[in-house]
Design a protein around this ligand. Sequence first.
Ligand code: SAM
Length: 229
Amino acid sequence: MGELERVSGLPLANFRDEHVDEQVARACRRLELDDPASLARVLRGDAGERRRFRRSIAISHTAMSRDPHQFALLEHDLLPRLLAGGARVSAWSAGCSDGSELYSLGILLERIGALDRALLLGSDLLEENLAIAQVGVFDGVSDAVRARVRFEQRDLVADGPPPGRWRLVVCRNVAIYMSPAARKRLYGNLVAALSRRGVLLLGRSERLIDPSAYGLRVIGPHAYERVGG
Ligand SMILES: C[S@@+](CC[C@H](N)C(=O)[O-])C[C@H]1O[C@@H](n2cnc3c(N)ncnc32)[C@H](O)[C@@H]1O
């Protein structure tokens, strides 16, 4: 796998073994190749296949307001808690894919009249996702929202969190594809990014087994608040 890791430019060891094996086997079948070494040779010479392979490993599926009940939780519970007393909110969409998640949050903040109190950052592993995010052509996204967001490339496992303390960290459907060791580093980095009483929202199939070990407490489905530090 070392050669595939080099050629694809992806930290394959951070993804679950079964997930990587399945995507490699699928690519080999489709390209009628016998083994990962042959796949690495093809990927080295073919930018289109390389892009396709990268996207298959770092699954980039997303959508505007994906899992609407989580956006309802943000609107009716998590954001009112963060915005109470006219406070500002800094929000980081960690593993933002093409930006849909962050733009959806921006639309929501605009609708509740809090966009001008928000700082919105999205980060992702794949530059190709960020290129789409930067353009930001999505239904319902106003110029005001577009002016509020910024995006950057970041490996959530290797690079750690962005500078500063964040009051809201949304990291949904990223941990599910990671190896146990990478997932542990990911959660450590997400928590390190949180301000005191900052809120972490995970995806609908993700939860922390022992939130208190991270200095967090449960405040809603897949939602946690930082209690210490
Ligand atoms: C399934 S998408 C989730 C997008 C969005 N959060 C959502 O729930 O709709 C997973 C995203 O995580 C990104 N990703 C995977 N591993 C990552 C890592 N180590 N660092 C940063 N982003 C990563 C992928 O590139 C992909 O865009």
